[in-house]
Design a binder for this molecule. Structure first.
Ligand code: NAD
Length: 481
């Protein structure tokens, strides 16, 4: 039974009055302060406060609201998102210093319009001689959500629609380098939820997110599920935590252009995909393996699209700028200073002047080059010449490094398409288009910015953040046959 602080105070006053009936004067007792955890429109200073507030909101959400309310509030979130797309896209570029404004607008619209709401939570029913069984998608409760710097508000919008559609509430631990725009976004979505009649604090975040707050969230018993969208360091840390977790980790997507491919199409789509938002997307094309007969044609066509072809000494100079030795000196890691920068700015560092309309630099390198093996997230695309399709497949699998995230192929040979799919085993596999088509941007199917490869949920939606629960009615009382 829940008792409010006013009720407790009234009881205490009555008891005290009963102890001293002669005076019949209620002594002045201080009001009992129950913590209210109001936050600042969903933004909290402390982890426990955010969790407690989200926990209360979730109890309210599942107890006092119907599925039709979830639909109404998800629609309010979509409207709010559309109203702020330009503003948030500008703010992200300003705060993270990564990516391109116009592409961020496209990413936002994709998650706003193509993230499914509660309609995807269909009930399964089996009716038979032994009765009626239903299985439904039920909430976990409070979900802790860690979000990346590369799609900060896009991930927040997708996860909000998906998680609250499933009856959950959320505490976001956003990337510290995107905390300002994320707070703006969260407060606008929070207001949209409350204005549409939903509970306050259904979505919350920490004003100052850190690694420590990730640990505190993960270890809080009221947080029933953790989701992590970002690099493998974070995903592996979550997987080791012992808490149920959904991990959406790094990719390094290879593309094969085989000897049967339409090279003009391949060059056009790869130029578009690899330069989209300056290649910071986990599912963007990161290296290309071209089978010999099509090699010159592909290089010619991608230059025709506008790509700048680097020579060998320019590639060497660029490696020194874009990469740095990793911690154990066994190879390279990315120099974060250049992640997501425009091609023109990166090329200017090695004395190459190009117009800003040149969105991509390409280079011809061997398969073991660090530009192939390191997930650069820059508009610098390495291209590897292969003698046969088999060689291209083998090298593509090595470059993907077991992430099993995203890959693609340009081919007219169905056998090639099938063989590469089986070998590479990626969550997203695209044929004859940009890899972004695999998350519904220029392709069929719903959109997500949380692609959960390591834990297997794949292209996440509301179902991914729910528990399956079964109800069995024996004796067939409700059956009609
Ligand atoms: P990042 O790993 O630096 O940060 C992601 C989040 O994890 C941030 O909120 C950060 O504060 C937190 N974090 C980082 N290391 C942590 C640790 N050891 N313990 C706890 N928390 C930690 O990644 P980023 O630079 O923001 O994003 C780029 C990376 O994320 C790329 O590798 C990209 O491929 C990947 N990514 C994957 C997806 C997907 O859906 N699979 C989506 C976007 C980005």
């Amino acid at each position: 039974m829940d008792i409010s602080s006013q009720e407790i105070e009234a009881i205490v006053r009555k008891v005290i009055a009963g102890i001293n009936p002669a005076t019949n004067v209620t002594p002045d007792i201080p009001a009992i302060k129950s913590p209210k955890y109001t936050g600042d429109n969903g933004v909290f200073e402390r982890v426990e406060e955010a969790v407690e507030a989200a926990w209360k909101a979730q109890r309210d959400w599942v107890t006092n609201y119907k599925v039709e309310d979830r639909h109404r509030i998800v629609e309010a979130i979509r409207r709010c998102g559309r109203d702020h797309v330009e503003e948030w896209s500008h703010l992200i570029v300003e705060e993270t210093q990564m990516g391109r404004y116009e592409d961020k607008v496209e990413k936002h619209l994709a998650v706003i319009n193509k993230t499914p709401g509660p309609e995807c939570l269909t009930t399964e029913a089996i009716s038979g001689d032994a009765g009626l069984m239903i299985e439904e998608y039920a909430p976990f409760g409070v979900i802790g959500s860690i979000t990346p710097t590369t799609n900060p508000t896009e991930t927040m919008i997708h996860n909000t629609i998906s998680m609250i559609s499933g009856g959950n509430s959320i505490v976001f631990n956003v990337h510290p380098r995107a905390k300002r725009v994320c707070a703006e976004c969260l407060q606008a979505l929070h207001k949209a939820i409350v204005d549409a009649g939903g509970p306050a604090n259904l979505i919350t975040m920490l004003r100052e997110p850190t690694m420590d707050t990730v640990d505190m969230l993960t270890s809080n018993p009221k947080v029933r599920l953790m989701t992590g969208t970002g690099g493998m360091g974070m995903v592996n840390a979550l997987l080791r935590s012992g808490k149920k977790c959904i991990g959406a980790g790094a990719g390094n997507p290879p593309v094969i252009v085989d000897e049967t491919a339409d090279v003009e199409l391949a060059a056009r789509k790869i130029y578009e995909g690899a330069s989209f938002d300056n290649n910071i997307l986990c599912f963007a094309e990161k290296e290309v393996f071209v089978v010999s007969p099509n090699y010159e044609g592909f290089i010619h066509n991608i230059q025709k699209q506008g790509a700048y072809l680097l020579n060998n000494s320019q590639v060497e100079a660029l490696v020194k700028i874009c990469l740095e030795p990793n911690k154990n000196q066994s190879g390279y890691e990315v120099n974060k200073k250049w992640v997501g920068k425009n091609a023109a700015l990166i090329l200017a560092q090695i004395g190459v002047q190009v117009e800003d309309s040149c969105r991509l630099a390409v280079c011809e390198v061997p398969a073991d080059h660090p530009f192939v093996l390191v997930e650069q997230m820059m508009p610098v695309l390495p291209i590897v010449r292969c003698s046969t399709f088999e060689e291209a497949m083998e090298k593509a699998v090595i470059a993907e490094q077991g992430n099993r995230h995203t890959s693609s192929i340009f081919s007219k040979d169905v056998d090639h398409m099938t063989r590469f799919a089986r070998l590479i085993e990626t969550t997203i596999y695209v044929k004859n288009s940009c890899t972004k088509a695999g998350v519904g941007i220029g392709g069929e199917g719903h959109c997500t910015m949380t692609i959960a490869g390591p834990t297997g949920e794949g292209i996440t939606n509301a179902k991914s953040f729910c528990r399956r629960r079964r109800c069995m009615l024996a004796e067939g009382g409700l059956r009609i046959i």
